[in-house]
Design a protein around this ligand. Structure first.
Ligand code: CP
Ligand code: NVA
Length: 310
């Protein structure tokens, strides 16, 4: 059966560890591992804007000896309504994997359901699992481990980053604390799934509307935009409720003194995070952005090895 990576819990704790371990190896030996030599092609499709994901997949596929085929969905028939499954059937006879950034999770599930090659979620409205692999790799680099550490995420508890921190963080054995307004809480089904995973890894998950409580004693503090792609018309109403969750120097002072700060980027200084924090000594966001490259190369390699051997 073809393995896909559509959400964070598609990797078991052991498998996530394998991918993160390989990512660290690849970071130290960028061109020494070329499973796509041939070269094979990987399709990377964007229904939404991207800087980091587009660059890191294009560079990473080339590093692995392959050819990236970057497709702007608006210029393809997919963007004109050709069925997702038909697109998958055309692609999977020619490419080694399909990477897709789209809106609804059901869309990428449909692509995976029709594809014989691995499908990778490059962000949906519900999850951003490639980002969390890079974030966990960054935590390992700076803290030496993930298990047992407290990760506080402040901001939109109902967005893709919050959901992926819940599932991916629980898989990594972290104590994930979400701090968000009550009207922007995580999806209860995803929270419940994270609780279930945490029970097997020694981690935990929690939600609170008290930003100070969420960040208290945290080893890792993370945030994200208050207005995700596709929510632009809600920009005004998405301002006031989130102000108490802004990652300011005052809020960061409640975390562990050695806490590191993550942000998937793009960041809006003065909104969800102060410039003094994003550009300050606790911020590791540029390592985090670089680690998209290494983590995604590891993920692609891992999935391809699984599918070739099955
Ligand atoms: N963090 C992230 O996914 O960035 P892009 O939207 O620029 O790809
Ligand atoms: N939550 C953000 C993440 C951007 C990388 C969005 O979906 O726009």
């Amino acid at each position: 059966m073809t393995r896909h990576f559509l959400r964070d819990d598609d990797l078991s704790p052991v498998e996530q560890d394998e991918v993160l371990t390989l990512a660290a190896q690849l970071a130290g030996d960028r061109f020494g591992h070329q499973p796509l030599a041939g070269p094979q092609t990987v399709a990377v499709i964007f229904d939404k804007s991207s800087t980091r994901t587009r660059i890191s997949f294009a560079v990473g596929i080339a590093d692995l000896g392959g050819v990236p085929l970057i497709i702007d969905a608006q210029t393809s028939q997919l963007g004109r309504g050709e069925p997702i499954a038909d697109t998958a059937r055309v692609l999977d006879r020619q490419v080694a994997a399909i990477v897709w950034r789209t809106a609804g999770q059901t869309r990428i599930e449909e692509m995976a359901g029709a594809s014989k090659v691995p499908v990778i979620n490059a962000l949906t409205d519900e999850f951003h699992p490639c980002q969390i692999l890079a974030d966990l790799m960054t935590v390992r680099q700076h803290k030496g481990k993930t298990a047992g550490l407290k990760l506080a995420y402040l901001g939109d508890g109902a967005n893709n980053m919050s959901h992926s921190y819940l599932l991916g963080g629980a898989t990594a054995g972290m104590h994930v604390a979400i701090g968000s307004p009550a009207e922007y809480q995580p999806d209860p089904a995803i929270l419940a799934k994270a609780v279930e995973i945490a029970a097997t890894t020694g981690g935990s998950v929690s939600w609170t509307d008290d930003a100070s409580e969420a960040v208290s004693g945290a080893d890792v503090v993370a945030t994200d935009t208050w207005v995700s792609m596709g929510q632009e018309t809600e920009a005004v109403e998405r301002e006031a409720p989130f102000v108490p969750y802004a990652v300011t120097e005052q809020l960061i002072a409640k975390a562990d003194a050695d806490a590191i700060v993550l942000h998937c980027l793009p960041a809006y200084r003065g909104k969800e995070i102060d410039a003094a924090v994003l550009d300050g000594p606790q911020s590791v966001v540029w390592d985090e952005a670089e680690n998209r490259l290494h983590a995604q190369k590891a993920l692609l390699s891992w999935l391809l090895a699984r599918n070739f051997s099955s």
